[in-house]
Design a protein around this ligand. Structure first.
Ligand SMILES: Cc1ncc(COP(=O)(O)O)c(C=O)c1O
Length: 424
């Protein structure tokens, strides 16, 4: 047998010492939060599942490694009424099935369903209930979730109590005989409060109510509500799960078959479905979820530590900081934090607007969870639909800035923030 040529590699050049960037003190590249600090371990095999589950090439005649994007809205029946796998695209589609399979695998759950948006997912959940049912909902939530519960849910006859779920007695006291659902976001938006998932799950269970955690901020990579006792985890996939700021979509993941069957019925019946192209994009994005979340985590922690030391910043809200009042709870129920944080700057609305105007890397825009860094004023943007009184009580004031720290180089993010704070 002929010997194949081999490449001769050049001698390795000795490593030169790299000069550290200006704000290196704040920059910790953390591979595994659990190693340094008593967080829960990161989920085992997460990336392998993200890359290989539900996308097996053997499933397709073409053996394609990337699952096909199937746009067809209808599917041939071998004989009238005989369905091979799919009938009509609203009820199911191969590209959507692949994504729902991946979501299921990432949470080690039995069922996952996708919806037209995060609000579409909550719409389906509300629609599983009827007039006269009561919900207990954690305060400090995405303005759109509040608007849907307050303007649509209440209109349909659902009684909604909004409580500070960091006080477990308040949650217990809010329960009524007709309480059917406890719903929280944790960490919360935009105050980054952390609610005790295990304890609230127990309260819900003892009172025969379902418990849903909106896990948009942390994804199943950092927080696993079903394993902590929740019945459902819901998502705006629009955020970290897709992570590329080019899809609006939602999902609900559960192990409860009855609930899944109801939600599946509503997904089709109410027509709150995502399109196949978007499903393909999210399936692609999930392959890099763990990598992205680790980088969001380390970038945001670097930014938070920098901000905490800046004289024009009054307070930084980031549950990974030791100064955060819920830091210990955060470690008990998560394996890290994402790129979302808030801060109060020294000043009012004018200073907040000046600050935003000076930013060059952070983009002034709503939303979060993409690779790009964003900044906004919740009181007049994402949370404008929360009544003024409630905003005042929660301290969502005009000098609060919410940041979604992206995947750029952390020293560039810190320089950008430093400049804007110094001149605002
Ligand atoms: C925590 C949270 N849940 C739900 C939603 C709603 O998701 P969507 O915009 O995909 O409808 C958002 C949107 O910002 C959110 O931040």
């Amino acid at each position: 047998m002929a010997t194949l040529p081999v490449a001769t590699l050049p001698e390795a050049t000795p490593l030169t010492k790299i000069a550290l960037p200006p704000h290196a003190d704040y920059i910790h590249i953390i591979g595994n939060m659990s190693e340094d600090s008593g967080y829960l371990p990161e989920p085992k095999g997460f990336s392998t599942k993200a890359i290989h589950s539900a996308t097996n090439p053997d499933k397709w005649d073409s053996m394609c490694v990337v699952p096909p994007l199937v746009l067809s809205t209808t599917f041939k029946q071998p004989a009238p009424g005989q369905i091979k796998e799919f009938k009509y695209g609203r009820g199911g589609n191969p590209s959507r099935n692949v994504l729902e399979g991946s979501l299921r695998a990432l949470e080690d759950a039995e069922y996952a369903l996708t919806f037209a948006s995060g609000l579409g997912a909550l719409t389906a959940l509300i629609s599983c209930h009827s007039r006269g049912d009561h919900f207990v909902v954690g305060d400090d939530m995405y303005g759109g979730n509040f608007r849907l519960l307050d303007k649509v849910g209440k209109n349909l006859g659902i009684d909604v109590s909004i409580v500070d779920a960091s006080n477990l007695d308040t949650v217990k006291n809010a329960i009524k005989p007709n309480t059917k659902l406890v719903f929280i976001e944790t960490p919360t938006n935009p105050l980054l409060k952390v609610f005790d998932i295990r304890a609230i799950a127990e309260i819900a269970k003892n009172n025969g109510a379902l418990f849903c955690v909106d896990n948009t901020f942390l994804t199943p990579y950092f927080q696993r509500p079903l394993e902590l006792g929740a019945d459902l985890s819901s998502y705006s996939l629009t955020k970290y799960m897709n992570g590329h700021t080019d899809v609006i979509m939602g999902a609900i993941v559960t192990n409860n078959k009855d609930l899944h069957d109801k939600l599946r019925f509503l997904q089709n019946t109410m027509g709150i479905i995502p399109g196949p192209f978007d499903c393909t994009l999210v399936t692609r994005s999930l392959k890099t979820l763990a990598l992205r979340m680790r980088q969001h985590n380390s970038n945001a922690l670097a930014v938070a530590k920098f901000l905490e030391a800046h004289p024009r910043v009054l307070q930084v809200l980031h549950p990974g900081l030791e100064s955060h009042p819920h830091h210990a709870l955060m470690k008990k129920q998560t394996s890290g934090h994402s790129g979302i944080m808030s801060m109060y700057i020294d000043g009012g609305r004018q200073e907040a607007e000046n600050f935003l105007k000076e930013l060059k890397v952070f983009i002034l825009a709503e939303s979060l969870g993409g690779y790009e860094s964003l900044a906004e004023i919740p009181s007049i943007m994402t949370h404008a639909s929360i009544p003024e009184e409630m905003r005042k009580e929660l301290k969502i004031t005009d000098n609060m800035i919410r940041l979604s720290v992206g995947l750029e180089d952390p020293e560039d993010l810190i320089s950008d923030l430093k400049h804007a704070l110094d001149v605002m």
